[in-house]
Design a protein around this ligand. Structure first.
Ligand code: CP
Length: 317
């Protein structure tokens, strides 16, 4: 297995099966620190730099919380407008990263441009973690999701995923690449204007991913062990920021998962994951059902990032 020491985490496209389990093993080892709401000193001599060019609640704060849980230090920005990359100078990624690499030992970057963390990694002497790049990928979210499924189901093999939402979404890309390493079948449900690109479908086929496409979640939900959701009332991820609109629209029933649908059609042990934030595709009354796993998924987001930071910074080998 390749070492994680000093490694950039940019894409799940090239991850091997054993690497997922290695990360999950470290998650299990470090999880008690977060469960017990304490901090350790594993990364006491290291500093995380967060460079977020797009809004985030979970990814930035979970990554920063993970660093604190391991006793490390955090510097960074959550609004690029307050940096030289977001004002008159529009400082390039190359020049910005040449600065950031002197301020810490690992850089966690979210950007509205697809490929921006990859560009950063070209110029950075410290590891770069992709925390979401445009419509590109969201590897730390999907590692969190797979860890959650692994813990809840005890396996990642022999499962059927129902993926509902915008197939242009970065999580959908990362999960598509990731499931190629497991015995997982996927059913994709999406509005026509949010279809997977032909290029992405070719990539899935090239990776031997078994998937089918259907028009309505209700027609496929009975087969699903894991229901994996994203909104279809959606922001434009190529923008640095999109303000709330009065006329955002509503989610058509074909892309909604309701309590009634779960009761009438889902497997009794089906679980629902959603990376959040949500719109009306997942009504809040589903939260109290036995199917909801998105809050434990959010907690696992801290544990997973603890494992990635510990591995890439060499605190565990
Ligand atoms: N799931 C996720 O990426 O959430 P944030 O945009 O709040 O980081």
């Amino acid at each position: 297995m390749r070492s994680f020491l000093g490694r950039d985490i940019l894409s799940l496209k090239d991850w091997e099966r054993a690497e997922y389990f290695r990360v999950f093993e470290i998650c299990d080892r470090l999880a008690p620190i977060a469960v017990n709401r304490t901090n350790s000193d594993l990364l006491a001599r290291k500093t995380l730099v967060t460079a977020f060019y797009q809004p985030s609640t979970r990814t930035r704060l979970a990554t920063e919380a993970a660093m604190h849980r391991l006793g490390g230090h955090v510097v960074g920005f959550s609004d690029a407008k307050m940096t030289r990359a977001g004002d008159f100078y529009q400082e390039s990624i190359k020049d910005t990263v040449h600065m950031l690499e002197y301020y810490g030992d690992v850089i966690a970057m979210r950007h509205f441009q697809q490929g921006a963390p990859h560009e950063a990694a070209k110029w950075s002497s410290v590891p770069v973690i992709n925390c979401g790049d445009g419509w590109g990928e969201h590897p730390t979210q999907v590692l969190t999701d797979l860890y959650t499924i692994y813990k809840e189901k005890g396996t990642l093999d022999g499962l059927h995923f129902l993926c509902i939402g915008d197939m242009r979404m970065r999580t959908m890309h990362s999960i598509g690449y990731a499931i190629s390493q497991f015995n997982i079948e996927a059913t994709l449900v999406y509005p026509p204007e949010m279809a997977p690109t032909e290029e992405f479908k070719k990539e899935l086929n090239d990776l031997n991913v078994r998937f089918r496409e259907v028009k309505n979640a209700a027609d496929a939900i009975a087969d699903a062990d894991v229901i994996y959701m994203e909104p279809v009332v959606q922001a434009d991820y190529t923008k640095s920021r999109e303000e709330n609109k009065d006329n955002k629209g509503l989610t058509p029933p074909a892309y909604q998962v309701t309590k009634k649908l779960m009761r009438e059609k889902a497997k009794p042990d089906a679980i629902i994951l959603h990376s959040l934030p949500r719109m009306d595709e997942l009504p809040a009354d589903v939260d109290a059902t036995r199917h909801a796993r998105y809050w434990i998924e959010a907690f696992n987001g801290v544990v997973l990032r603890m494992a990635l930071l510990a591995l890439t910074l060499g605190a565990v080998e």
